[in-house]
Design a protein around this ligand. Sequence first.
Ligand code: GDP
Length: 397
Amino acid sequence: MGLFWKRKSGSDFISLGLSTPDEPVAEQLEEKPVEPSPAVVEPAPVEPSRAAIVEQPVAYPVPPLPPVARVLEPQPAVLAEAAEDEEEGFLKRFRKAVSATRENIASRIEDAVKGKKKIDAVTLEELEEALIGADIGIQTTLEIIEDVRKQVDRQSLTDVDELKRVIKQHLLDILEKAERARGVASETSIADDVRPYVMMIVGVNGVGKTTTIGKLAQRIKADGNDVLICAADTFRAAASDQLAIWAERAGVPLIQQKQGTDPAAVLFDSLKAAKARNADVLIVDTAGRLHNKSNLMAELEKMKRVAGKEVPGAPHETLLVVDAVTGQNGLSQAREFMKVADVSGLVLTKLDGTAKGGIAVAIAKELSLPIRYCGIGEKADDLVVFDPKAYVDGLFE
Ligand code: GDP
């Protein structure tokens, strides 16, 4: 859970002068004529968007940064100390985020075995209820119970601590298997010439997508990188406004077009701007209208094509944001979303707001996707890299 992004120092915040359809666009143009950017004059691959970009008067007041910036090279001892502090803080925060779930599971397990000399059939039934109650999922629960039953029959499992250890190991196996299934992306292994690293963020409205993008931007920038955000959810005006607030807070430029613009065009703009600035990372917000599946699928496909054309291999990650509070509903929503987007990993938000945080296990198992990050609060730094061991330990210790 060390620093993820460590390529070069960050830059100053540059406001893009975000525009909305209500702004006095003509006046702005008179006062401050803006040279058409290369992204506009070059043959744009996304035909329908061109008009929208040209119409947009405040195109790119983003001066490209000099290609080479200062390289951060802290001393090893300082780094080691900082990493230790960070690790300790990280584990504490993780433990706190799953505290309600821990109480839910642990107290039920304690109740199930209280005053019993050995693990019997009734204990197993109560244990089953406890695990299902924490949203670990029926299938997983039954597997765990079956294994525990076998061990009890063989008399190799007799006390409650041992019981907890067996359950923990099961949960850890599931989470680690999901990581291996896809391989967890690690930005530290990104080649230097992959620039910008493009992260597409998908998920239905309300799950915490905007908040997650803001938190990610802040985190990646804090690690010394140039970050840009692309507001490609052009359907909801409110989404763009919220994103602008987060971008400003994180001190990260936002590329935005007026409501209704083709999202692929906004992405095209953003890729151009990111390349012009030699930015390290581009985080792309997308629409979450799952009720119109075929439209959304076409929209996301088109965005993928545009990204891949502009930056080889992009998008490098497509993260699906899932709200932990919605439990099994969130899981079925995620399943639906995976039909429209080629998801590479998950962000589990609001883990702090539920006693049913076992959903992380159900999600990892049923979707075979690694959980990359989790949201543990509403503040900008309330995002942590998901660590299976820290999560499982947090549930039981
Ligand atoms: P979007 O519609 O998916 O973009 O959702 P938002 O980012 O606007 O978030 C919806 C609500 O969830 C807001 O009130 C956020 O403050 C809240 N939220 C997002 N992430 C977290 C989290 O990790 N923990 C908590 N407690 N609240 C969160």
